[in-house]
Design a protein around this ligand. Structure first.
Ligand code: AHR
Length: 498
């Protein structure tokens, strides 16, 4: 097959910033089987004494997920947190409006905190600013973080948790710009409730950090106005602006699908510009960073189908089965997040188990690594360090909605142990790229490993019976190798050592 050449130039003195490990976060919502028969399944052979599936925890530990957003998502906007604490037999079953299910509340706030400890992760808690507001937000912070001697902190102690949970990161609602959201708001309405909730939450615990809810995606009609209006109200009290974005290939147009990360890159730059414009307008010394707290590929499942049989417990909702090209795009989305390491401080792959997720479970049965598991795994393990500013030279292509799309998508991370990880995606569907990564002023470096996700069938998937159809491939490297032939539609990690 005829190849084209591409290069990336990195210099030890030109850096973007340190990777905040929280960009490898994820998300568990009370949706479908994320919680019930996902992370929590009493009676499962692998369940521990709390009903937490140890087989799932093992994979989450392998991924080294530093932070998990909870409990929603759209779910949070009608959630009564009090329903989910206290003796399980007293917890009410509720109609769950966002996903039209029955919520049993058998797994709630304290179970989530216990689960986080076992999974080796930290919580990122969202408050309901849809049906509820200031009072409930401050009560929830008191319940979680106040040491004791007041009503809600003492209630927590009676629920078996004398010590405060000390939850550090809090989301002020979820996708409040979306008409689908329970309690959808205009930018003004949201800005007002967000600032007042933020104020009392920080009065209860000044050490917390807050995420303002941003646009649900780049195409929202209020995009831009939403962010600037919300920040006009909340700038002094919030620490992060959230971003959400999912991509899909419903049209079967892979070149266009692979180009989506060009738009993602622009989206991040755009939101940063808006944050900084408000900063300038306010003569503020404070910088608002980005929490990209929902991102993934999402299109294989049909949301409407799951709504045809409403009011069941833990139905099979949004169980996208990911293929090879999805894994390559997820790898490219991770590269995009790394390239903005100076401002993107939190990011959550949405979601973690069963619902648009890298990990799937069978009820009572096995656990499966989906294709997207692998780029997430390797970037989480080897993408922590100093992100290097790169200059790439790459052939380009045009697609249905994009022009001049570089075939090579690339970044590099200098890790604390003096190794360097180069992450590279070949977006082209048919052209191999002979890739030369040039790492200057690092001393003598030699390539030690090259791992890729690639294959002959872009639609290949992993199933419980054939779990390794799409699995990482290890390529032999010689210490004097300087060029690497990247397969069409492939994700690659090449590691260098001194
Ligand atoms: O992650 C699935 C859903 O996508 C979330 O509930 C919502 O916030 C977003 O629209």
């Amino acid at each position: 097959m005829e190849y084209k050449k591409a290069s990336a130039f990195f210099n030890s003195h030109y850096t973007v910033g340190e990777t905040d490990p929280r960009i490898f976060g994820s998300f568990i919502e009370h949706l479908g089987r994320a919680v019930y028969t996902g992370i929590y399944e009493p009676g499962h052979p692998a369940a521990d004494e709390n009903g937490f599936r140890k087989d799932v925890i093992q994979l989450i530990r392998e991924l080294n997920v530093p932070i998990v957003r909870y409990p929603g998502g759209n779910f949070v906007s009608a959630f009564r947190w009090e329903d989910s604490v206290g003796p399980k037999e007293d917890r009410p079953r509720r109609t769950e409006l966002a996903w039209r299910t029955i919520e049993t509340n058998q797994f709630g706030l304290n179970e989530f905190m216990d689960w986080c400890r076992k999974a080796g992760t930290e919580p990122m808690m969202a408050v309901n600013l849809g049906t509820r507001g200031i009072d409930d937000a401050r009560n929830l912070v008191e319940y979680c973080n106040h040491p004791g001697g007041a009503y809600y902190s003492d209630l927590r102690a009676t629920h078996g948790h004398k010590d405060p949970h000390n939850i550090k990161i809090w989301c002020l609602g979820n996708e409040m710009d979306g008409p689908w959201q329970t309690g959808h708001k205009t930018p003004e309405e949201y800005g007002r409730i967000a600032v007042e909730a933020a104020k009392v939450m920080k009065w209860v615990d000044p050490s917390i950090e807050l995420v303002a809810s941003g646009s649900s995606n780049l195409n929202m009609p209020t995009f831009g106005t939403w962010e600037s209006t919300v920040l006009d109200h909340t700038y002094n009290l919030v620490d992060y602006m959230s971003m959400h974005q999912y991509y899909g290939n419903a049209a079967g147009d892979t070149p266009d699908f692979m180009a989506n990360t060009v738009a993602m890159d622009d989206f991040i730059s755009g939101v940063i510009s808006i944050c900084d414009a408000v900063k300038a307008k306010k003569h503020s010394k404070k910088t608002i960073n980005i929490s990209f707290d929902e991102w993934n590929v999402w299109y294989h499942s049909n949301e409407q189908d799951s709504k045809l049989a409403p009011w069941t417990i833990a139905p099979h909702q949004l169980e996208d089965i990911y293929n090879l090209e999805d894994a390559v795009l997820v790898g490219s989305m991770l590269i995009t997040l790394l390239r903005h390491a100076d401002r993107v401080k939190i990011a959550c792959l949405a979601q973690l188990v069963n619902v648009i997720a890298p990990i799937m479970t069978e009820e009572g049965g096995r656990v499966l690594k989906q294709t997207i598991y692998y780029p997430y795994l390797y970037t989480s393990l080897y993408g922590r360090g100093t992100v290097l500013e790169g200059i790439t030279e790459s052939p380009k292509y045009d697609s249905t909605n994009f022009t001049d799309v570089p075939m090579l998508d690339c970044t590099a991370v200098a890790c604390p142990d003096s190794t360097i990880s180069v992450f590279a995606v070949n977006r082209s569907v048919d052209t191999p790229l002979l890739f030369t990564p040039q790492l200057t002023e690092f001393g003598n470096l030699r390539p030690v490993s090259w791992t890729s996700i690639e294959g002959p069938d872009k639609n290949a998937v992993n199933t419980f019976d054939h779990p390794d159809t799409v699995a990482p491939q290890s390529h032999a490297v010689k210490s004097d190798d300087s060029e690497f032939l990247l397969a069409p539609l492939s994700w690659n990690m090449i590691r260098f050592e001194p």
